[in-house]
Ligand binder design. Structure first.
Ligand SMILES: [Zn+2]
Length: 262
């Protein structure tokens, strides 16, 4: 038996039995791990709120090395991200970031950069009012850290420069496609070549500076098509939290759409 001591973010917490919970963590040192939290559903349990999704905690768990399920021993809250929980819109965006990590990261692979990015993403979400650029930044950066970096510098087919007019993005070829190659590749998205510089910025900009980035008017949709649909092309399914985030963004833009829904 080994004892593991690390920082972690709670990704998901589900009821396992009348008394126990099954909790998935993104840890700093050991990657994504699952633990059984004995008696966590009892009213006076020793874990308290430290097993709520998004909590940044100090975690101690034990078990044999390389097993798939561990036993939770101790958890202390470092940061609860309460302002994110208190704001319905931010809460769902936070859940989306958790879902991204849970889906893109394999279990038991130490991924310190993913852990740090998740912490910084939640910290930024807590203070930032406009979250559109933060969502795109984190999608792109989680993709790159998970080994799914899209090709944005040259055509994924002919390796030539992207040209000066329009450029396509092919999910099959995981990158941009120049105008002449578009007849062959049939890219799902097309946009003006100027948008490429914003997509490239998403790869490198420090997530803490998300508030500084502004997309050109009308380009948000194209940028979302590339980053979000690229994720879907890897995961094969939509995330539970995402339709809600889209609805909330639509209502913020056009409050009348809320009336039409009800
Ligand atoms: Zn080409």
């Amino acid at each position: 038996m080994a004892l593991f001591n690390t920082e972690a973010i709670v990704l998901r917490s589900i009821n396992l039995s009348e008394t126990d919970k099954l909790v998935t963590f993104m840890t700093d040192k050991f990657g994504k791990v699952k633990c059984v939290a004995k008696a966590a559903r009892k009213l006076k349990n020793r874990f308290g709120a430290a097993l709520e999704p998004m909590s940044h905690i100090r975690l101690i768990y034990f078990g044999k090395e390389n097993q798939s399920l561990y036993r939770l021993n101790h958890s202390d809250i470092i940061r609860s991200f309460q302002p994110v929980r208190d704001d319905f819109r931010k809460l769902y965006i936070g859940i989306y970031f958790n879902e991204l990590v849970e889906t893109l990261v394999a279990e038991a692979h130490p991924e310190r950069k993913v852990f740090r990015l998740l912490v910084e993403t939640l910290e930024t979400l807590e203070t930032l009012d406009k979250s559109e650029t933060l969502i795109r930044l984190s999608e792109m950066q989680f993709l790159c850290l998970s080994g799914y970096t899209p090709q944005l510098s040259y055509c994924a087919l002919c390796k030539g420069p992207p040209g000066t007019g329009w450029v396509g993005f092919s999910f099959e070829h995981k990158g941009i496609v120049c105008e002449p190659c578009s007849f062959r590749a049939q890219p799902e998205v097309r946009f003006k070549v100027g948008i490429l510089s914003y997509l490239k910025k998403l790869k490198t900009l420090d997530i803490k500076h998300a508030g500084r980035l502004k997309f050109p008017q009308g380009a948000e949709g194209e940028i979302e098509k590339v980053t979000h649909r690229l994720i879907l092309s890897h995961t094969g399914r939509e995330f539970k939290s995402y339709p809600f985030i889209k609805n909330m963004a639509q209502i913020a833009k056009d409050p009348a759409s809320w009336k039409n829904k009800s």
